[in-house]
Design a protein around this ligand. Structure first.
Ligand code: FCB
Length: 467
């Protein structure tokens, strides 16, 4: 779809942005007193990351902030969602603040404001300081207290200028891939025994929100959850049961306590799995249930679930690790897939938004899509990257979101305020290393040269025409 045509459907005042994360773009892992994170350690373990890639240099954003800001200015974004590297600010995860690390973000925020771009800061996008990781990471309740202390440091230093604060990014992914399946840091394959890591992250969210408020930050406070609509692969009772299990593991155990103040009530054969959560105290749930100024939602794809492990579909490490579970992800044969093998089903973005309205109703604050985008088989040829598949993905998904939330649409009760495209730059895509490109800007990982793709120009035109 042409950008100008889509622009006609953009609500007034809608905010467009781009998103990144510190570990995926910054590099400079040993500079200016930065400590190591669990992810630095994980990438050094043989066999963990595709092709043995590390994020030691990544996009070298730490040294190329000026160039990346220019790219954002030319794109015309209203807002930039970045994450702050916890070990850059608090190298050992304890009490000592690294002034040089904090200064990097202080300058970044000022530069964004000078450029007329609103700063949206994520406190935790997966880079736990290594000493905390070694002390159990999110299985240890102390990690939540430490995140709150770090939040307080950031609130005091940047609270007068940051426009939006996101406490955590996708706690579901950390628990499922990091503590359940072991394909992300810290590489623990505990399956359902990894669930306490969910509770401690949620607690960290609540404590961090309290700490930011106590520091008097002027910006709004929210959290980012990823949402995957789940459908059973067949009409069988078994598939339905495991679809329900996946929905709980992926969506509900994060969104319910944050928005409703309690874990989902699970009865029957699944109850045992969630005992570690349902036994948590009312005090903890009250901390987790903080008033939020906005809710951040990441959306990439829906999930189709069948009973039984065994042969998993897809080519990812994640799919292979999932074979240890009593259910599996099925493919969507009637739909194209991304380079990551994720199904492209834009109408399910509308379903994802509708589910929020149905499940959380009045409890749902204004919503920002804090990530959405796709990896493609991008080729740089004659100085250009003709990524039509990315343009189609973005256009299809934005159109579905505007349709669902328009007056008369199934999610019209949602106050959808903005959209951050993942991502500004091709970057270090976790376990997939540099093999998956999500950027609007192509990065040559040898020379670090940046080349805006066709999708960058499309997004620029969309933003300009929406004004
Ligand atoms: C999300 C992560 C983000 C990026 C995208 C592709 O789950 O939050 O860092 O890896 O997926």
């Amino acid at each position: 779809m042409e950008a100008e045509e889509l622009a006609l459907r953009v609500p007034k005042g809608f905010r467009f942005g781009v998103a990144t994360a510190a570990f995926q773009i910054e590099g400079a892992v040993r500079e200016d007193g930065r400590g190591l994170s669990g992810w630095d350690d994980f990438t050094r373990q043989p066999g963990r990351i595709l092709n043995g890639d590390t994020a030691d240099t990544a996009d070298d954003h730490y040294h190329r902030v000026a160039e990346d800001l220019t790219l954002m200015k030319r794109l015309g974004v209203d807002a930039y969602r970045f994450s702050i590297s916890w070990p850059r600010v608090i190298p050992d995860g304890g009490h000592r603040v690294n002034a040089a690390g904090l200064a990097f973000y202080d300058r970044l925020v000022d530069q964004l404001l000078e450029a007329g771009i609103s700063p949206t800061a994520t406190l935790y996008h997966w880079d736990t300081p290594l000493p905390l990781e070694q002390a159990g990471g999110w299985l240890n309740r102390n990690t939540a207290e430490r995140l709150a202390e770090y939040a307080s440091v950031l609130g005091s230093a940047l609270g007068d200028r940051v426009d939006q604060w996101i406490t955590l990014n996708e706690p579901a992914t950390v628990t499922l891939l990091g503590y359940g399946l072991g394909v992300h840091a810290p590489g623990k394959a505990l399956l359902f025994d990894g669930l306490p890591s969910a509770h401690h992250q949620l607690l960290a969210h609540g404590l961090a929100a309290q700490a930011l408020r106590a520091a008097g930050v002027k910006g709004g406070i929210g959290v980012t959850n990823v949402h995957m609509p789940v459908v059973p692969a067949s009409d069988s009772a078994e598939d339905a049961l495991f679809a329900q299990l996946f929905d709980l593991l992926q969506n509900r155990i994060y969104a319910d306590p944050v928005l409703l103040g309690h874990y989902p009530e699970v009865s029957g054969p699944l109850a045992e799995i969630f005992a570690a959560l349902s036994e948590q105290s009312a005090e903890d749930l009250a901390i987790i249930h903080q008033p939020l100024d906005f809710y951040g939602l990441n959306y990439y794809a829906p999930a189709k679930i069948a009973a039984g492990g065994g042969i998993a579909t897809g080519n990812s490490e994640e799919a292979a690790a999932m074979s240890g579970l009593p259910f599996r992800l099925e493919s969507w044969p009637d739909h194209p897939v991304t380079a990551f093998d994720w199904p492209v089903v834009p109408e399910y973005f509308g379903v994802a938004l509708t589910e929020q309205v149905e499940r959380y109703g009045q409890a749902l604050p204004p919503v920002y899509i804090t990530e959405n985008g796709t990896s493609c088989f991008d080729q740089l040829a004659d100085g250009e990257v003709a990524d039509q598949a990315r343009i189609d993905y973005l256009a299809g998904h934005l159109a579905a979101a505007f349709e669902a939330t328009a007056p008369g649409g199934p999610a019209s009760a949602m106050d959808l305020r903005g959209y951050y495209c993942w991502s500004l730059l091709d970057n270090f895509e976790w376990a997939a290393g540099y093999s998956q490109r999500f950027g609007l800007v192509y990065v040559d990982f040898e020379t670090l040269t940046r080349t805006p793709k066709k999708s960058y120009d499309w997004y620029r035109r969309l933003i300009a025409a929406s004004r």
